[in-house]
Design a protein around this ligand. Structure first.
Ligand SMILES: *Cc1c(COP(=O)(O)O)cnc(C)c1O
Length: 380
């Protein structure tokens, strides 16, 4: 089955009772037992829920994993993942990453004595240097957030194996439509299904997909023990979003390409970050590693913070809001919004200046998005 077909049919959600072609939303928290501990596979909905089962099987199929686990949010998935790394563990993480992920890593560092180091992973030499010493977890985002740098997944997996570390990849930006890290050797894929997988900015959700059955058993135990699970209704909405992931990602990319090339030629723009531009330093790696370049474009506006804020304010089709990956276009000022939990020194050391604006290009007519950024730049 090809990818776009899997989006609809991977978990074949036909209901045996009625033939309903959409998965029923099982709102029951508990299930009748014929005798103590005799049941039909469902006991209590924190442990397993039939609507969630369909979502989890779909996620596993899309990411080429042995099993998928659904969570209440991306950070719920990350919290559960981090439960497997006790005091003294060593985590080597990409340095340009989601602000909330950084905040949770720092919390685990201070509160639980986990060692976390941040590495500019678009440079494989820097990864090799960090992995001269043994590590427990290598944590990757690619493309990174918000600077859209690309990490060579096969290269990082090879170095991590030699250092004895498990590799987890946050695949929220690329989605399995463009990149499947487990096929590159990664052990764990993490998602915020809040973003492209849900796709309509109407749910919060997260996921872990595990490469092996053994890991699946371990993390399913933690999923139940921690309890950060999604509601059956949110599982239904995530599945509804996933059905159109293929067509949406193609439309997001058409918008992003139009916006990136309009920005790239403009005198008020210092730099555009988009892996689909030939000028992106890792364009060739992106072309090799991904089936497309995605819908996120970051741009540095000349004139510092005031110019960036004037640009934001003048956009009409893009809505100023946190989050990304929905059908509607959104714009974010990372320094004061999504990445505000990072101290300025930390942000700027990694290239996230006050001039940086992140655009999540939606599926509106690309010509309207182009017009919108052009007219906003006139006022910046
Ligand atoms: C949003 C996001 C998260 C966190 O997910 P939530 O669903 O908001 O908890 C993690 N990683 C990336 C790349 C994100 O964009």
């Amino acid at each position: 089955m090809r990818f776009d077909t899997k989006l609809l049919h991977a978990a074949d959600p036909e209901d045996p009772l009625t033939g309903a072609v959409n998965p029923p939303i099982y709102l029951s928290s508990t299930y009748r037992q014929s005798a103590p501990n005799r049941n039909r596979g469902y006991v209590y909905s924190r442990t397993a829920n039939p609507t969630r089962t369909v979502l989890e099987a779909t996620l596993a199929a899309l990411e080429s994993g042995a099993a998928g686990l659904a969570f209440s949010s991306g950070l719920g998935a990350l919290t559960t993942l981090l439960e497997a790394f006790p005091r003294g563990s060593r985590i080597v993480s990409v340095d340009d990453l989601y602000g909330g992920t950084w905040r949770l890593f720092e919390h685990h560092r201070r509160q639980f004595g986990v060692n976390v180091e941040y590495v500019a992973m678009s440079d494989l030499g820097a990864v090799a240097e960090a992995l001269r010493r043994p590590a427990d977890l290598v944590y990757v985002e690619s493309p990174t957030n918000p600077l859209l740098r690309i990490v060579d997944l096969v290269g990082v997996v090879r170095l991590a194996r030699a250092a004895g570390a498990v590799v987890a990849v946050d695949n929220t930006f690329a989605t399995p439509a463009l990149q499947r890290p487990i096929e590159s050797g990664a052990d764990i894929v993490l998602h915020s299904t809040t973003k492209y997988l849900g796709g309509h900015s109407d749910i919060l959700g997260g996921a872990l997909v595990l490469r092996t059955k053994r890991q699946a058993t371990k993390y399913a135990w933690l999923q139940n023990a921690v309890g950060a699970v999604p509601s059956p209704f949110d599982c239904f909405l995530a599945l509804r979003g996933i059905r159109t992931l293929g067509v949406r990602m193609r439309a997001h990319e058409a918008s992003a390409k139009a916006v990136a090339s309009a920005l790239a030629r403009h005198p008020k723009v210092r730099r555009v970050h988009y892996p689909g531009l030939a000028s992106h330093p890792q364009h060739r790696l992106a072309r090799r590693q991904m089936a497309g370049y995605g819908g996120i474009v970051s741009v540095e506006i000349r004139g510092g913070r005031p110019a960036a804020l004037r640009f934001l304010k003048r956009l009409k089709v893009f809505t100023l809001a946190e989050s990304l990956g929905g059908v509607e276009s959104l714009v974010d000022h990372p320094a004061s919004m999504t990445h505000a939990s990072m101290p300025r020194s930390e942000r700027e050391a990694h290239g996230m200046t006050d001039e940086l604006v992140r655009l999540s290009c939606g599926i509106e007519d690309p010509a309207d998005l182009e017009d919108d950024v052009r007219s906003a730049l006139r006022g910046a």
